[in-house]
Design a protein around this ligand. Structure first.
Ligand code: B12
Ligand code: SF4
Length: 746
């Protein structure tokens, strides 16, 4: 009888389209949804992330299927768990990528040789990838025991009390749960018990259903020394490891950044000696196929002395791997960076988070802006690519601190960068300071004393739309690692950045013009060119495609700033504020204007006079929306001007003012976007919707609307929310509706 094996399942690269569809359920302004919108293009009828566009374009061009994938390597967790089980005499098998290897998995599950399935959860932050695997396994082998562990499971155990946790475990549908930051040894114990038909109920660090209730074993820590558990690569060679390998030389991290829960989860910082790192790299070299290495350590260059020794050892041994890693900028210097280059480093991931020293202190980061400045310059001088990662909206963040980060990107020009809305995680240190910072909400839906997640999402969009001296790295399905991956597929460096430029240009185009609009030919050409792998030097113009809209966006911001200054040059927020009840007001046809005049212009005059009387202002900006687009029209002396004179001026302005471009419209479309640009119009923008253009129902806030239906009847002024600076804060959003005044035309 064949020996029964445990089947380890690597990564379930959950369908991107399914993920998008899940987020579709969220409100349009939800930060998670807006974050995702910066990562895909609507192309040939579906949504594709950056590698997906290349795959699709290859398919359209009849090129061989490369199936470019961001997880195209053997997952470290598979190797670590497999090695551990083998060392203890437990037979195992594995599928590395669930989505790609379903057929093989189904065949093995039905062969009768598998008695347990081990689900890993390294990257999961939601239940769906797990549930999909569980359903799949149950459908082919209902009798097999399903065991699960890893960061997603230990996170659930930390976040919930036992009762709620039990519900979650039931929903996930596995048989045995392992709650540990590591768990290899608990897995061994579970599998040994199963193989010997012993019960696992009550085993430390487990949760098991006893038929009636969930039974939780003692919550004792588990720690397995790295140096006693080197991966045995020979176990994985028969099926091939390929060119890419990830390894670690340390566990956990010695820092305690206020936004990060990793060190608390991973325990004390421990690392291999230089000699042991050498042993590991010798083993990697012996595989014979690996040319690209990722060091998974969060702080590979800490402590400094050990790191320098490792660099020297790598140089001396002439491994010839290209490698990439995380890097702490306050723990290095130009000499170390020089050594890194000689040791084969091709890229570093810099968790900069903010370029404001004030924010870095609040985040409890030890690096400061000057460390980042020096590091990026030093890396550039030795040809190591830098990726800079930013967090937007951590408590204490303001428009000014954010601007420091954006200025930093423009000045110090990391090769690639990305900004992400702060994720308010209850399992991170900042959670204990909720009261101090006035934090409410969690996840991607939060507010605190200085910002809320909606504004942070607007600012993130602004980074994406305006930064010109660094390439935005799309989120989801594309990471810094993907740059090296594409390079190994034969794409030249400049072509990779050129491709990303084209991809980002496509996203920008759809953000500004809507998803239905066709992509410009220059963008599609770039896709086509880049999809040919291996590719030659760029043959399509390196026009910095996405920069074009960045330039336009900045120009639009400048125009709006000028308008804001014109509206209220000295007295920010001085306009009188009504705080009355909700009212209904009738608007009459202006007396001085004869019947038979242009009715639209006549009503606009009445509208302006009305706005002037209740707001007691004389200068207004009004946005005139027609089917073809809209115009931003500035008019002053409204209170002093006679109705007939106003009529002539309005008519002239309407005829002369050009239509706004998509960038202006995008900026005007949401108050928070204006806020994100530091443009606060301290006066309502009056809006006129002519020619049956319907005012968007979600358009709450600082607008006064005039609807001018084409049939000339039943004109209605509606939904005017009076300007009050205090209404601009997140807490006041709910009261906006009550502050509305409805004004009717008689
Ligand atoms: C590398 C990495 C990535 C890379 C992966 C590619 C690569 N080249 O390997 C990339 C860049 C793609 C990535 C992306 C993301 N990552 Co990441 N990433 C990591 C990192 C640095 C290393 C992961 C790793 O391989 N570790 C080494 C292996 C051996 O450890 P492991 O997989 O955790 O497995 C060990 C145990 O957990 C356990 N274990 C795991 N599963 C199971 C199952 C059983 C049954 C048992 C018994 C034990 C067990 O056994 C192993 C040995 O002890 C970790 C941080 C860290 N240092 O661990 C974050 C980490 C995994 N990432 C994290 C996150 C949040 C993400 C993102 C969601 C971030 C984002 N907002 O976009 C994305 C996900 C993208 C996606 N497609 O879904 C979180 C996960 C948190 C969680 N799951 O609760 C981590 C822990 C970082 C953190 N801040 O806390 N990431
Ligand atoms: S962000 Fe990085 S350095 Fe800071 S605590 Fe987390 S893992 Fe450590």
């Amino acid at each position: 009888m064949p020996i029964k094996k445990s089947m380890i399942i690597g990564f379930n690269d959950f369908s991107f389209d399914d993920y998008c569809q899940m987020l579709d359920q969220l409100a349009p302004e939800a930060a998670a949804k807006r974050d995702l919108r910066l990562a895909f293009v609507n192309y040939e009828g579906s949504r594709f992330h950056a590698l997906g566009v290349l795959n699709k374009t290859r398919e359209l061009q009849g090129l061989a299927d490369l199936d470019l994938n961001n997880a195209d390597f053997l997952w470290p967790v598979v190797m670590v768990l497999g090695t551990y089980l083998d060392k203890h005499g437990i037979a195992f098998d594995y599928v590395n990528l669930f989505q790609k290897e379903k057929d093989v998995l189904a065949q093995k599950l039905t062969s009768g040789t598998i008695n347990a399935v081990v689900i890993t959860t390294t990257l999961y932050v939601m239940p769906h990838p797990v549930q999909e695997i569980v359903d799949f396994v149950r459908s082919f082998a209902p009798e097999v025991q399903i065991i699960i562990g890893g960061p997603y499971i230990s996170g659930l155990f930390k976040a919930h009390d036992r009762e709620l946790l039990g519900d979650y475990l039931s929903v996930l549908g596995c048989d045995i749960y392992i709650n540990s930051n590591e768990g290899e040894d608990t897995l061994r114990q579970v599998l040994e018990a199963l193989n010997q038909n012993r019960s696992v109920i009550g085993l430390s660090r487990t949760a098991v259903w006893d038929g009636d209730t969930w039974v939780f074993g003692a919550d004792e820590p588990e720690y397995n020394e790295l140096k006693e558990n080197f991966v045995n690569y020979k176990l994985f060679e028969p099926r091939g490891i390929g060119r890419f390998l990830s390894t670690r030389t340390a566990k956990s991290c010695p820092y305690s950044c206020a936004f990060c829960g990793f060190p608390q989860r991973a325990g004390k910082y421990r690392y291999l000696s230089t000699r042991d790192v050498e042993r590991e790299l010798d083993a990697v070299k012996a595989i014979g196929t690996v040319d690209t290495l990722t060091f998974l350590d969060d702080t590979f260059n800490v402590p400094k002395q050990r790191f320098r020794e490792i660099m020297q050892m790598m140089i001396d041994n002439q491994y010839n791997f290209k490698w990439n890693s995380f890097y702490r900028s306050d723990q290095g210097d130009p000499e170390t960076i020089e050594l890194m280059a000689r040791a084969g480093c091709e890229g570093v991931f810099l968790g900069i988070e903010s370029a404001s020293d004030k924010m870095l202190a609040l985040m409890r980061k030890t690096s400061r802006r000057k460390n980042y400045e020096q590091a990026i310059s030093a890396f550039r001088s030795v040809g190591i690519a830098t990726h800079a990662s930013f967090i937007i909206g951590f408590p204490g963040e303001t428009i000014d601190t954010v601007q420091e980060s954006l200025d930093f990107i423009e000045t110090f020009r990391p090769d690639t960068f990305r900004a992400q809305v702060w994720y308010c995680d209850p399992l991170t240190p900042i959670w204990n300071d909720r009261e101090k910072y006035g934090i409410t909400g969690s996840g991607f839906d939060w507010a605190h004393d200085t910002m809320d997640s909606e504004l942070a999402a607007s600012i993130t969009e602004r980074f994406f739309l305006t930064a010109q001296n660094s390439t935005w790295l799309p989120q989801f399905g594309f990471e810094q690692w993907s740059l090296f991956y594409l390079h190994r597929q034969g794409m030249e460096q400049s072509n990779i950045l050129g491709y990303l430029d084209g991809f980002n240009a496509a996203v920008k185009h759809q953000l500004l013009h809507g998803d239905e609009v066709e992509l410009p030919a220059s963008i599609v050409d770039r896709f086509r060119f880049s999809a040919h792998l291996p590719a030659q030097s760029p043959a399509v113009p390196q026009s910095r495609l996405s920069m074009e809209s960045a330039t336009h966006f900045k120009a639009a911001e400048a125009r709006l700033r000028a308008v804001a200054a014109w509206l209220d040059p000295q007295n920010i927020g001085a306009m009188l504020v009504h705080t009355g009840e909700q009212t209904q007001t009738a608007l009459s046809w202006p007396e001085g204007i004869v019947n038979g005049s242009d009715p639209d212009v006549g009503w606009i005059v009445a509208f302006l006079k009305h706005a002037s009387s209740i707001l007691q202002g004389s200068r207004f900006v009004w946005q005139h929306v027609v089917k073809e687009g809209s115009r931003l029209i500035a008019i002053d002396d409204v209170d002093r001007c006679s109705e007939t004179a106003l009529y002539d001026r309005v008519a002239t302005l309407l005829a002369q003012t050009p239509l706004l471009d998509s960038h202006d419209n995008y900026l005007l479309s949401r108050n928070s976007r204006l806020g994100a640009c530091g443009i606060v119009l301290c006066q309502p923008v009056l809006r006129v919707f002519a020619d049956n253009v319907v005012a968007p129902s979600s358009d709450s806030g600082l607008y006064m609307h005039l609807l001018l239906p084409g049939n000339g009847q039943g004109r209605v002024l509606s939904n005017f929310v009076r300007w009050a600076p205090e209404l601009h804060t997140a807490d006041a959003q709910s009261s906006l509706a009550e502050q509305a005044v409805f004004v009717r035309v008689q």
